[in-house]
Design a protein around this ligand. Structure first.
Ligand code: F0G
Length: 351
């Protein structure tokens, strides 16, 4: 058995990097495609989860960051910058540390989950908390990169999407074909664009016979792709996808239309219900934004837009430990018990 080399070296003919470049990798990708018995039972379809929380920094962002950081290093950049709702900043900070580059991150103040902030701190990023939302941060990052010698590593940088398409390859490689439907949470819309790139590339090269229908789900309070216009003040418990003006807007709509798919909204209540269900019934702890794919799947199954008997993959994009605050809202405070086995038994109502 050989070690998983990271996505660039796992797909050397499909993910281009500059010739002779030192590949900046933390061994990202190669994530589990896990059967989901409970969701399969609920929907009448075969449901599998692409568990992206097991990536090195706990989200799918690492797939794009290995490529973006490899390019930045090869180009002689000394510093990188990104805007982020949290996961991109955690990933950029880690890969920059690995590459020996300075990393600056622009995040919406007070609106990024605790674990993500902790990661950026520990990896030594210059963290700028902006008194604005993600869309403001992205505009600032773009301007800064245009006017100063720092490389932008947001997904507006195309090479990020080249890396992220590897997840579609892995799904096909594991199934021996593409699924019928692929469900994703959608924020800045880079990931749905990247999956569609990957699926269409494999179909073009006849690695698989067909592409899946792409089902994207936004949070109801941050659903510009559903309403058709930017949202000035996006709000959702799923802070990772609290985005009002997605950078990959047109490409996401194209992925929806070319695949015969849909992009719809799910409420925070539906997101949180799926968040609890994944943890309590399947043993998979994801962050709230990740549960949007599963929330959307359940709605689509209920209202008949998901045909029964198909094979569905839901990407769960980030690890639950990213956002301990939201998880702990579920905890009920109880009095401590004395060091006494009888107290344990009675607290647990054992007899
Ligand atoms: N899920 C998680 C956990 C995310 O962090 C993101 C995006 C998405 C889904 C949506 O993916 O933007 O490609 O449509 N997070 C970005 C960030 C915006 O800054 O970490 P998308």
């Amino acid at each position: 058995a050989s070690m998983w080399p990271g996505i660039v070296q796992a797909y050397p003919d499909r993910i281009a990097v500059p010739p002779g470049a030192r590949i900046v990798t933390l061994g990202e990708g190669g994530t589990p495609l896990l059967e989901s018995p409970y969701l399969s039972e609920l929907t009448g379809s075969r449901v599998l989860l692409k568990v992206e929380g097991v990536n090195p920094t706990g989200s799918f962002k690492d797939r794009g960051m290995t490529v973006a950081m490899t390019y930045a290093l090869a180009a002689g950049s000394k510093a990188v910058i990104c805007a982020s709702t949290g996961n991109t900043s955690a990933s950029a900070a880690a890969y920059a540390a690995r590459a020996g580059l300075t990393c600056a991150v622009l995040v919406p103040q007070g609106k990024i989950a605790l674990g993500k902030l902790a990661q950026a701190v520990m990896h030594g990023a210059r963290i700028l908390q902006v008194d604005g939302n993600f869309d403001d941060c992205l505009e600032l990052a773009r301007k800064t990169a245009a006017d100063h010698p720092v490389a932008l590593v947001n997904s507006v940088n195309r090479v990020r999407l080249e890396g992220q398409k590897s997840a579609a390859f892995e799904v096909c490689d594991a199934l021996g074909r593409a699924p019928d439907v692929h469900c994703l949470p959608v924020g800045n819309a880079g990931n749905i664009t990247a999956y569609w790139l990957g699926y269409t590339e494999y179909a073009r090269d006849a690695v698989v016979p067909a592409t899946p229908r792409m089902f994207g789900f936004q949070a109801a309070g941050a659903a510009p792709l559903v309403s058709g216009e930017p949202v000035a003040h996006p709000e959702t418990v799923a802070t990772a996808i609290r985005i009002g003006s997605p950078a990959s807007w047109a490409a996401a709509i194209a992925a929806r239309d070319e695949s015969g798919g849909l992009i719809d909204a799910v409420t925070d209540e539906q997101i949180l219900a799926a968040y609890r269900l994944l943890a309590a019934r399947e043993g998979i702890f994801v962050e709230p934004a990740s549960a949007a794919s599963v929330a959307g799947l359940l709605v689509a199954a209920e209202d008949g837009r998901l045909p029964r008997g198909c094979t569905v993959v839901c990407t769960v994009t980030g690890h639950g430990l990213k956002d301990p605050d939201t998880a702990l809202l579920e905890m009920h405070e109880v009095e401590p018990i004395p060091v006494d086995a009888g107290a344990v038994a009675s607290a647990l109502e054992l007899r």
